[in-house]
Design a protein around this ligand. Structure first.
Ligand SMILES: *Cc1c(COP(=O)(O)O)cnc(C)c1O
Length: 465
């Protein structure tokens, strides 16, 4: 399978090159040359299969010509053995035809583990085969860094630097990064905010000589392999509730639009998903874009659901590509305009194509808190603030009532955000073993000003060490 850039000006590459590159050289995002489609019988055949087997099957559609299927099966088996639930991503019933899809049973209690656990194993496998090492620098507002450190620690082929804004992430989130004792892990607290961290990361990549000299790589959600790894649970959940005979609907708490796009990808692969509700907090760029066609950057504000405090949703570029009939010239032009003016208008035909699948809703802070309390009272389930945004969205948006089950994607364990959950519900989530184990462990943190040159020196020293 070859992968093409959404901006049309980079040569097609195979799965492994798309995996290691992340972003295409023309600044676009990789998408498969054609989407593989499963027949209804093939989808029905996924019912009751172990999660790792479904994952290997889906990944194999994209990677099977470069990575043997037995290897994919083995890597998936090991990746998903790290989850503490035998179903990996279990469904919990909230009410008639209303379900929670719990994606937080991985080692760092957030849905980022689902993709990162397999991504790290894919990196280790292909880098060992090519006799290469790489340096991953990851800018994180909290969850991605922990999931990446946990997945990549101890690997011979990869060094990882997790860079986070000093003092602006929760203690639980910080400890998932800083308590790793392995030599291939460094954590870097930057005196600045998350946008500063992202800007530094971008500058590291823009310095081509530097990027080559340290074999720089990135694992943020623009990486196509992450999208595919995330489309797997859309299959397992929908099939468990009767697909392909019965379609499903999903409500997805959204920041960078990676997770919601993974649902769209599953639909392109033939899964009967009727609607996808994109639920955002007050950082509402995706809700504005999908309802009015005005994709416009705003200033990010801090909320109870910090993993979604994002005002630029990178994966929207993939959606525009698909919904414009894969018009790479249009996409390149639109994102040039966005880079220059912080805004673009989605053409009416593309907006109509988006509207055939997506609904969108923004949920404010008061309603998010109230939803945590009400969900506990009504169903006995304690949900984290990100999940609460999607639960509230599903209640308040006018989602078409069709009889298809509505699956609310639950992206973090409530114990990852104990302050917000306790304030809203009046009860504290008991800390799971993964949190307790890190509570007293020694931390290793380096600290630097928000300065690109200082970070470059730091990464060079690490690579030389
Ligand atoms: C990353 C994250 C999200 C948002 O996912 P996107 O793919 O960026 O839309 C939602 N909830 C939690 C807990 C996350 O960590």
């Amino acid at each position: 399978m070859n992968f093409i850039s959404t901006r049309g000006a980079s040569p097609p590459v195979g799965f492994i090159d798309a995996l290691l590159a992340g972003l295409a050289p023309d600044g676009g995002l990789y998408c498969p040359e054609t989407w593989p489609r499963l027949t209804p019988d093939e989808i029905a055949g996924l019912a009751g299969r172990p999660y790792a087997e479904v994952a290997a099957r889906i990944l194999g559609l994209f990677a099977g010509d470069e990575i043997p299927v037995e290897v994919l099966a083995d890597l998936c088996a090991k990746a998903y053995a790290s989850f503490d639930h035998p179903a990996v991503t279990p469904l919990v019933q909230l009410g008639p035809d209303r379900f929670l899809l719990e994606l937080f049973h991985g080692p760092t209690l957030a849905f980022k583990d689902v993709a990162m656990q397999i991504l790290a194993r894919l990196y280790a496998y292909v880098l060992a085969a090519r006799g290469r090492t790489m340096t991953i620098v990851c800018a994180t507002s909290g969850d991605t860094g922990g999931a990446a450190v946990e997945a990549f620690r101890g690997l011979d082929q990869v060094r990882i630097v997790a860079m986070f804004p000093h003092g602006r992430i929760s203690e639980v989130q910080r400890r998932f990064m800083t308590t790793a004792a392995e030599d291939n892990v460094r954590t870097l607290a930057v005196d600045g905010d998350f946008d500063d961290c992202q800007a530094i990361l971008k500058s590291l990549f823009e310095d081509d000589a530097f990027a080559r000299s340290v074999d720089l790589s990135a694992v943020n959600s623009i990486n196509f392999a992450r999208i595919i790894a995330q489309s797997v649970y859309y299959f397992t959940a929908a099939v468990a509730l009767g697909a392909p005979g019965r379609p499903a609907r999903f409500a997805v708490p959204t920041g960078n639009f990676g997770d919601a796009f993974a649902g769209y990808a599953a639909r392109l692969m033939g899964l009967p998903i009727e609607r996808i509700l994109v639920a955002v907090n007050t950082n509402d760029i995706m809700a504005r874009a999908l309802t009015t066609g005005d994709y416009r950057r705003g200033a990010a504000t801090a909320t109870q659901s910090p993993a979604m405090d994002i005002q630029v949703a990178s994966n929207f570029e993939r959606l525009l590509f698909e919904c414009s009939g894969r018009d790479a010239v249009l996409v390149a032009e639109a994102f040039r305009a966005f880079a220059a003016h912080g805004a673009m208008t989605v053409p009416p035909a593309a907006l109509a194509a988006m509207g055939e699948v997506f609904d969108a809703v923004a949920v404010d802070e008061t309603l998010t808190g109230r939803t945590i309390a009400e969900t506990l009272a009504r169903t006995g389930e304690l949900v984290d603030p990100h999940t609460a945004v999607a639960v509230a969205g599903a209640d308040h948006a006018r989602v078409t009532t069709s009889g298809a089950p509505l699956i609310v994607v639950s992206t973090a364990h409530p114990a990852k955000f104990p302050e917000a959950v306790t304030a809203a519900a009046g009860v504290s989530p008991p800390p799971p073993a993964a949190v307790l184990a890190r509570a007293g462990a020694p931390e290793r943190i380096d600290r630097l000003p928000a300065d690109v040159e200082a970070v470059k020196r730091y990464v060079r020293d690490f690579v030389g060490a």
